[in-house]
Design a binder for this molecule. Structure first.
Ligand code: CP3
Length: 352
């Protein structure tokens, strides 16, 4: 279907755009009062994720409020480990917790590869419901966690740790971790392929914790599994753009671009000019405003947006975004200031 606004898809393919497209990681979330109301209706976060109509409702909320250039599926990266039977709970103030973490060869052996239209059908139903509600208005991003990032939660059993359990597995039993990552790579590949079949127009892989690894370990445990997923997707859905995002992965951009993905998400710890010089015309770049800037005064937000646009410089291949998810304490009108500034300031970078 031809879209009314395809700036985002064109930018990912480094094609000409009239202005820089913009969206925000975690754009549907707790900083929005209308999101908090929908979540209260659902009862809790996972019940919201399991309800396709409410997922659709919260996906559309930031689109109706702001002039964003893409929708992103409302779900979570931990749906796959949950479908593998680990027992996911979100504990207030603690984040995600698994009742049955995976700590030995026996537990890894017992894990199945979830059927996207079976245990994870509620996610595919959400994609179908959102796709149909969007019509030709905007593209829809589907997503997954990276195998390494999913494995950190599955082995540690909770977020916010120092990663001693999974790193110990990496150093002391690398073949055990490799077998877990192989199962996750297969699961993520099928999950993303099914999201495309259900209507996703672009895909993003969130590698939130790749940046905690030493460089050689990053290549083995984080990048290699992501690279297998990109290869699978390029075989089954060659026209669907794929974005890889390793938080704190600035030093690995060249290697990430080598996977054959279309775009890289970058956080604010690397300058976009430097990043662009390093990846050349191999991939588009998405980022990279520090989400904490959105807590500052509007004039400072506008100045910071201007610096990000100037840093990428003239030409195509930039998708404006935050360098990580929007913070819960962000005033919603400050996000509007950022989005308006991108619309106002970016056309001059696209006029040749
Ligand atoms: O961008 C979007 O709007 C799409 C929605 C989205 C969510 N999670 C919704 C969500 C996406 C893309 C994610 C990905 C995700 N989930 C990541 C990778 C991205 C990143 O931020 O690095 C990670 C690490 C998770 C795991 C997860 N889920 C955490 C750590 C938390 C926070 C727990 C807490 O209590 O603070 C979640 C919950 C979550 N996922 C919320 C939302 C809107 C908040 C849940 C709520 O309503 O209470």
């Amino acid at each position: 279907m031809a879209l009314d606004n395809d700036l985002f898809l064109r930018a990912l393919k480094r094609q000409r755009v009239e202005r820089t497209p913009v969206w925000m990681m975690r754009q549907a979330g707790r900083y929005l009062p209308e999101y908090r109301a929908s979540r209260a209706k659902a009862g809790d976060f996972m019940s919201l994720c399991r309800n396709p109509e409410l997922c659709c409702e919260v996906t559309l909320q930031p689109l109706d409020r702001y002039g964003l250039d893409t929708a992103i599926l409302f779900s979570d990266i931990l749906t796959i480990p949950d479908a593998m039977g680990l027992g996911l709970r979100f504990v207030e103030g603690e984040g995600p917790v698994f009742d049955r973490p995976v700590r030995d060869a026996h537990a890894i052996e017992a894990l199945g590869v979830p059927d996207p239209e079976g245990e994870l059908r509620y996610v595919m139903d959400a994609v179908r419901t959102i796709r149909s509600a969007l019509g030709s208005r905007l593209p829809l991003i589907g997503f997954s966690g990276s195998p390494w990032t999913l494995a950190t939660y599955m082995v540690e059993g909770a977020g916010g740790s120092d990663f001693t359990l999974i790193k110990r597995m990496a150093y002391d039993a690398p073949e055990m971790l490799d077998s877990l990552l192989a199962k996750l790579s297969a699961s993520v590949s099928l999950y993303l392929e099914a999201q495309v079949a259900a209507g996703a127009d672009a895909l993003m892989v969130f590698d939130t914790w790749g940046g905690v690894l030493a460089p050689a370990d990053y290549m083995q445990f984080s990048l290699e599994p992501m690279s297998r997923i990109v290869q699978h997707l390029k075989r089954v859905a060659p026209d669907v753009p794929v974005i890889l995002f390793t938080k704190n992965g600035g030093q690995h951009l060249e290697a990430m671009a080598e996977t054959g993905c279309d775009a890289l998400g970058v956080d604010w710890t690397i300058d976009l000019a430097t990043a662009r010089a390093r990846v050349g015309d191999r991939v588009a770049l998405q980022g990279n405003l520090d989400p904490t800037i959105l807590l500052a005064e509007p004039a400072r937000i506008e100045a910071a947006v201007s610096r990000v646009l100037e840093s990428y410089g003239p030409g195509n291949g930039h998708v404006f975004n935050l360098g990580h998810g929007i913070l819960q304490q962000t005033p919603p009108e400050h996000a509007a200031v950022m989005i308006e500034a991108v619309r106002a300031l970016s056309p001059k970078y696209h006029n040749e």
